[in-house]
Design a protein around this ligand. Structure first.
Ligand SMILES: Nc1ncnc2c1ncn2[C@@H]1O[C@H](COP(=O)(O)OP(=O)(O)OP(=O)(O)O)[C@@H](O)[C@H]1O
Ligand SMILES: [Mg+2]
Length: 343
């Protein structure tokens, strides 16, 4: 546990597994990271690496047959009289009063599946008002005023009348803005956005990312942005963790990660990020060799070794690397670097 007054969330060796008839899926398998108050963190990796399950683990909404079986999630909860009180979210009753108070209020999430965030049968206004009255000690009138104001701030024109629309009546971009408004309206300490722009066209995607960066600064909340697209998180966040098969394989600030990526997986992911000044428009983006293995058949040793261009036989398929610091604030889990740091 930490006493750093700056820390908002400290995740320690968290494991969330799905216990299926076919076997155990280790969706999140020993993940640790820190998130400071007001800081931004990007979480990247290919489909199935555990990004969404990690976010769900933090707010304790992992669906059955999934369970968080290990680890701690220290949330430095602001207390009413000022100051803070660290509580381990992983140890709370998943449906108890405390986590329900935090979830949707202090820690909010924009879901990958849009219709999980919004119910189709209520207007967006009713849904935001509901969240605000529940978490902000406001009357319905006050909550409605907050809702209109937040909708306006996320760039929804005619917010006073749009507030009474049903979600399906909004365009994809406007619905995404409304979801951001809902996630912001409770004035959270942490907003987790899971692939918030994937369903949008490129222009709208850029606008939404810019909006999120502006709002993060304005509201001063911490933000965790999840995407399979390294380019998207690099634009919007300061630090990045790269995940592969439920584990963090590299963690660094954005500049370091782009200039000096250490893990071969990160290097491959970077090759698939579109460059602004690509020599020929027709030049194809590289795809990473091979595909993510079945979750039931985790390779022995380093889980990336069957796809790794720098595979060392007899080592990478035998020894499982752990996350180690290669420089301050830069960690990598790869046997190529294990000697430098072993002492
Ligand atoms: N409800 C569930 N039941 C069983 N397995 C699940 C469930 N949800 C996720 N998983 C498994 O957990 C692993 C991690 O899934 P997760 O959804 O976190 O991936 P992701 O990184 O968010 O991928 P994507 O980029 O496609 O959203 C996958 O192997 C997935 O099949
Ligand atoms: Mg996901």
């Amino acid at each position: 546990m930490t006493n750093d007054s700056d820390t908002l969330i400290r995740v320690e060796d968290v494991r969330t597994h799905f216990f299926l008839d076919e076997g155990v899926v280790k969706a999140v398998d020993g993940v640790s990271f820190d998130l400071a108050r007001g800081a931004t963190l990007g979480v990247v990796g290919e489909s199935g690496c555990g990004k969404s399950v990690l976010a769900r683990t933090i707010i304790r909404i992992v669906p059955r047959p999934g369970r968080t079986i290990d680890g701690a999630i220290w949330y430095h909860r602001p207390s009413e009289g000022g100051g803070e009180r660290p509580i381990d979210l992983a140890s709370l009753e998943a449906d108890g009063a405390e986590i329900r108070d935090i979830r949707g209020g202090e820690i909010t999430m924009i879901f990958q599946e849009p219709m999980v965030s919004f119910s189709p049968v209520h207007t967006i206004g009713d849904q935001i008002v509901e969240a605000v009255t529940l978490h902000r000690n406001a009357t319905r009138e006050e909550a409605r005023a907050i809702a209109v104001d937040t909708l306006r701030r996320v760039g929804i024109p005619n917010a006073e009348s749009r507030i009474d629309e049903y979600p399906f009546r909004l365009s994809g971009g406007m619905r995404q803005r409304a979801m951001i408004a809902m996630a912001l309206s409770s004035n959270p300490t942490l907003l987790m956005a899971d692939e918030p722009t994937t369903a949008l066209d490129v222009t709208t995607q850029a606008q939404i990312l810019e909006l999120m960066a502006d709002l993060q600064e304005e509201f001063g909340m911490a933000m965790m942005l999840i995407s399979h697209n390294l380019g998207v998180v690099a634009q919007t966040t300061e630090r990045i963790i790269v995940m592969y098969l439920g584990k963090v394989v590299e963690s660094a600030d954005v500049r370091t990660l782009f200039r000096d990526p250490k893990h071969p997986y990160t290097q491959e992911l970077l090759k698939s990020v579109p460059k602004l000044r690509r020599r020929r428009q027709t030049e194809r983006l590289a795809a990473i060799y091979g595909s993510v293995p079945s979750p039931y058949e985790r390779p022995a040793g380093c889980p990336f070794h069957p796809r790794c261009p720098q595979f060392m036989a007899g080592e990478c398929d035998v020894i499982e690397p752990t996350l180690k610091a290669v420089s301050e604030g830069h960690s990598v889990s790869c046997l190529l670097y294990s000697e430098e740091t072993d002492s």
